[in-house]
Design a protein around this ligand. Sequence first.
Ligand code: FES
Length: 364
Amino acid sequence: MEAQLRGNREYRVTFLPEGKEAWVVAGATLLSAAAAAGVELPSGGDGICGRCRLIVRRGKVEAAPTLHLSREEVKAGYVLACQARVQGDVEVEVPPESREAVAAAVDLDAREFLAPEAEAGEKFPRAPLVEKLFLSLPPPTLEDNLGDQERLFREVRRHRPAPILQAGLKVLQAIPALLRESDWRVTATLAQRGGTVELLQVEPGDRSGTAYGVAVDVGTSTVVAHLLDLNSGNTLDAEAKYNSQRAYGEEVTRRIIAAEREGPARLQALVVEDINDLVSLMVERRGIRLSDVVAVLCAGNTAMVHFLLRLPPGALRRHPYVAAALAPPPVRAAEVGIRINPRGLLYALPGIGGWVGGTSPPGS
Ligand code: FES
């Protein structure tokens, strides 16, 4: 069939044998089309590694010459996906060697990181960034008629040092009914934000035993998550998967280029979905409510943290290699699309420089 041209010279690329499709602009590489279609290809560096092999079955591409393919392979339609540019509707086949390379890599690393029965009981000095505190407040009287917020803050300060304590409007709006309906016995979730303590939420009754957090190693190749009981400090579970951004290349630089070309939203969405997948797997397995997961702490190289927070990463790969932020402040996890308690926080370990990532916990 004649090449199907849409408004802005976009062409359809179909990946066989799965039949996955993507629409890309004329001149886009087959590698970026694969990423858009959700097809994973082995890769390792533009035109250098020779791993991103595809066979063009139909349609026109413009392929740069390469020493990685023999004359016979070129005749048979082989191209390097990162070196072949789309010039019309195309059908390409992912050859068995490319599929096997991806599958082999997944098997190898997943076994390395998965820890189905994570070890409990290993102790470190415990200073949770977020904690739940059960409070029994004295009801107001004519002699003690502080406002509800101030009454709550006073009680928090009786238990924890919190010179600067603040609460969001939504929490303030909920407090009056909540305090009275729960007979002034509530659980406050407190989060460290720099030098400030934020009252994240107030729950009726004693829910202090249900505080969970997730620690995530956002690696360039692999995303590894640990589910933690914030009361005991024990690791309850662990899960890992490949970083879905690999569809844009193994190297960080290629992903930065992709983020500059297409905007950072797609790179962010991929890693956020990876984190969400891991978190939901673990909470389901452990029978934990997602709303009781109140914090996510991520460690990663500086570029990974940029992708996660959708910070513009372009300056990282250009002299003098400057980060948008080395120590980003905690943000609402929901703001970046991470599904935990809607008011839960996302902390990112501060980096050392543009090319050296996470060090010690924020605020330590
Ligand atoms: S040759 Fe290595 S990614 Fe294409």
